[in-house]
Design a protein around this ligand. Structure first.
Ligand SMILES: NC(=O)c1ccc[n+]([C@@H]2O[C@H](COP(=O)([O-])OP(=O)(O)OC[C@H]3O[C@@H](n4cnc5c(N)ncnc54)[C@H](OP(=O)(O)O)[C@@H]3O)[C@@H](O)[C@H]2O)c1
Length: 169
């Protein structure tokens, strides 16, 4: 038993999480939520998500997963398979005394690691844009909703959204 993995993701009504390697909405409240929920923790992400962010996020240890043996990411750790990402995440979480290891996307990484996660922190975005990256289906038999907070758009938010937490059923 190690430090648990948890997903953090913002997901539109149609399951879309991004398109053309970028986010498809502006939600300042969700950016702040993401910052708060990941701060001080190791964060695993796919190489495409790393490219789309373009820099290490302060206060977090980023683990980038890529098949490219020559890939280097300044200010981040690079690994070449999901198991190595989890192993390094455990090591970093122990060093940081972090309560969980965050899986921060994108679609491929969510799909690869969903079954190994203990919790999901989902921002349900009340939009349905066209995109090319998707969140995997959340099977209600396997996941139980534990909290839901519905929000009207605040300053810098383009849509209504809900913060929804799930744990393993
Ligand atoms: N809404 C949200 O919460 C959210 C969060 C994060 C990202 N996003 C969006 O999601 C999109 C990116 O997601 P994506 O699915 O295209 O890409 P991704 O999951 O970020 O990264 C995919 C990359 O991960 C590497 N990878 C995948 N499986 C691997 C394996 N088994 N072993 C080693 N490396 C592996 C490969 O990198 P190489 O090609 O380098 O080998 C692959 O191209 C963007 O639009 C982004 O904005 C949205």
């Amino acid at each position: 038993m190690g430090v648990p993995l948890a997903i953090v993701a913002a997901v539109a009504r149609n399951g879309v999480i991004g398109g053309n390697n970028r986010l498809l909405w502006k939600l300042r409240s969700d950016m702040l939520h993401f910052r708060a929920i990941t701060m001080g923790k190791p964060m695993i992400m796919g190489r495409r998500t790393w490219d789309s962010i373009g820099r290490p996020l302060p206060g977090r240890e980023t683990i980038v997963v890529t098949r490219d043996p020559a890939f280097a990411a300044q200010g981040a750790h690079v690994v070449h398979d999901p198991d190595a990402a989890i192993a390094l995440g455990q090591e970093l979480a122990e060093r940081l005394n972090a309560p969980e290891i965050m899986v921060a996307g994108g679609g491929e990484l969510y799909g690869l690691l969903l079954d190994q996660c203990a919790a999901l922190h989902i921002t349900q975005v009340d939009l349905a844009p066209e995109g090319d990256a998707f969140f995997p289906a959340i099977d209600p038999v396997r996941w139980r909703e534990t909290a839901r907070a519905v929000h009207d758009p605040g300053p810098g938010d383009e849509a209504r959204f809900s913060f929804v937490d799930f744990v393993r059923a």
